[in-house]
Design a protein around this ligand. Structure first.
Ligand code: P6P
Length: 317
């Protein structure tokens, strides 16, 4: 039988305190997986009746998932601060725990009613650095993808490992040879937003759509799930590029996706697997946050593709 997450972390000689924090996050994801599997029978899909700090209608399962994470992390003396997409302010626990956890407890929840993969994204930081640290300071990052299988994807900085939830509720080691191919011919962007795009995004996507006859010189395919975890998991497994760039509609807010608990953890995972991440103009992991719910442009995936987007930004800026 494959190693459990706990045994795998012990075999990597990971700091026991960090192992404990990761175990609490994994236990949260295992519990959320059960709730999601049963949600349609328990009548738990649909709206929770109020909105989160982003002004987005909260689904019952957003609230339930956030409560599950809160309960597990509050009980762990190693965790002193929790930042969540679903809570306006950071939650400070009484203990002097070593770690901060930033999380999107249920990302992509608009897909819940149509049974499409959603996820929990998390980032772990050293509490000594405070809540507004650059993504390069992350100690660990990962996500759970609630799909045909429930996968836990994790990096401690070097390499990316995947664990699969078994019938007993234990995450079991599946692979640690995750590598984002340098080249790809698959891109992920919401093309319904084309009228808002800047020149760089428009130019890059047009080259892809031109296929063999265009500057890219090859045929592309497009995927857009509308669930970041699902799109990023595909890119980690087989390559590609994910783009949620700054556009004329998101400009005032700084972007669509959140830095602390979406962009940073996904950028750490992609880079740990040999990929590249940028806002278009700078490396995501170099950004120093100004607020816990700060939004940023997110472009990440296969290095060759991300570099083509950066070249477009350099040419047009
Ligand atoms: P759009 C889900 O709401 C999310 O935050 C990400 O998971 C996803 O990639 C993106 O928004 C989808 O955005 O504009 O296509 O609905």
């Amino acid at each position: 039988m494959s190693l459990s997450l706990a045994d795998w972390l012990a075999a990597q000689s990971v700091d026991p305190a960090l192992t404990s924090a990761l175990a609490s996050m994994a236990a949260s994801c295992a519990e959320i997986a059960v709730v999601l599997r049963n949600a349609p029978l328990a009548g738990q899909t649909g709206l929770a009746g109020h909105t989160n700090v982003q002004g987005e209608a909260q689904k019952a399962l957003d609230v339930i998932s956030n409560d599950i994470v809160l309960n597990h992390l509050r009980a762990n003396p190693q965790i002193s601060i929790l930042i969540s997409e679903e809570m306006d302010e950071a939650v400070h626990h009484e203990n002097q725990g070593r770690f901060i956890v930033a999380t999107d407890p249920l990302d992509g929840s608009s897909n819940l009613d149509v049974n499409v993969t959603v996820g929990t994204i998390f980032s772990i930081l050293d509490a000594k650095g405070g809540i507004l640290q650059p993504g390069s300071a992350q100690l660990a990052a990962g996500y759970a993808a609630y799909g045909p299988a429930t996968s836990l994807v994790l990096t401690l900085g070097k390499g990316v490992a995947v664990f699969t939830l078994d019938a007993s509720g234990t995450f079991r080691f599946t692979t640690d040879t995750v590598s984002v191919p340098e080249a790809s011919s698959e891109f992920a962007i919401n093309t319904a937003r084309e009228r808002f795009w800047d020149e760089a995004t428009r130019g890059y996507v047009a080259e892809n759509i031109a296929g063999e006859t265009g500057a890219a010189g090859k045929r592309y395919n497009m995927r857009w799930v509308g669930s970041m975890v699902a799109d990023i998991h595909r890119i980690l497994m087989r390559g590609g590029i994910f783009l949620y760039p700054l556009d004329s509609e998101t400009l005032a807010k700084g972007g669509r996706l959140r830095l602390l608990y979406e962009a940073n953890p996904m950028a750490m995972l992609i880079e740990a697997a040999g990929g590249r991440s940028t806002t278009g103009r700078q490396r995501i992991l170099d950004l120093t946050p100004s607020a816990i719910h700060q939004r940023v442009p997110v472009i990440l995936g296969s290095a060759e593709e991300v570099k083509r987007v950066e070249d477009w930004y350099n040419r047009v800026s």
